[in-house]
Design a protein around this ligand. Sequence first.
Ligand code: PEP
Ligand code: MN
Length: 261
Amino acid sequence: MKSLKKKKREIRIGDLFFGTDHFQVIAGPCAIENYDCLLETAVFLKSIGVRILRGGSFKLRTSPDSFQGLGIEALEHLKKVGDATGMITVSEITDPRDIELMRDYVDIFLVGTRNMYNYPLLSLLGQTDKPVILKRGMNATLDEWILAAKYIEQNGNMNVILCERGIRTFEPKTRNTLDLSAVPILHELTDYPVIVDPSHATGKASLVPSMAMAATAAGADGLMIEIHPDPKHALSDAMQMLNFQQFKKLYERIGILKSVL
Ligand code: PEP
Ligand code: MN
């Protein structure tokens, strides 16, 4: 059957594409904790075919007492691991003053939920040529999210990927409520590649596989999933992290699902 889906814009990162007919899985720890742990994660991901490594450097945590990330040290680890393994790298940019610094360290900028409304940051990212993954603000409507993406584009950077990561509702059983209908709606309204982060959407490792599968079936162009070699001892978001075995199993199931979609 011929696909009725609107053609998406294609975003190129080296030899890798986001968009129509390309499905990308991004995985890695919430925060980069040390070089060895990140390297182990990257080597594992590469061995099963994942090409994009995520890892937080400057963490925006709700509590000032929580682990805030290793900052520049984390970026150095990420660059070294990326160079050593050939993985494409993603890390969150939290402050416009860090753009110059970070552009030498990462392949893709990630804008987290707390900064979707940070228009000066978005405008400045528009002046770079790097792809930007723009997460949905936890209280943002789809229209507000699309307009936020336009702040990046206005300055010439059309390499925008949207990431649904759940919204805040009255339901406390999950960290956020995953709005899967965002995926087909955004595909109707826009040509952005749309990916889904089931880790922050649910906050629970046990829910990540089913929501990742559902997002794939809903037409997502990719997934972003938090993994850690030893989730129990992760310094941030330990509850939602998959271990390598759990992730491998999920990755294989996604491959099977993709083959019949
Ligand atoms: C993240 O992906 O590292 C992150 C902090 O997610 P969010 O901004 O969606 O909470
Ligand atoms: Mn996290």
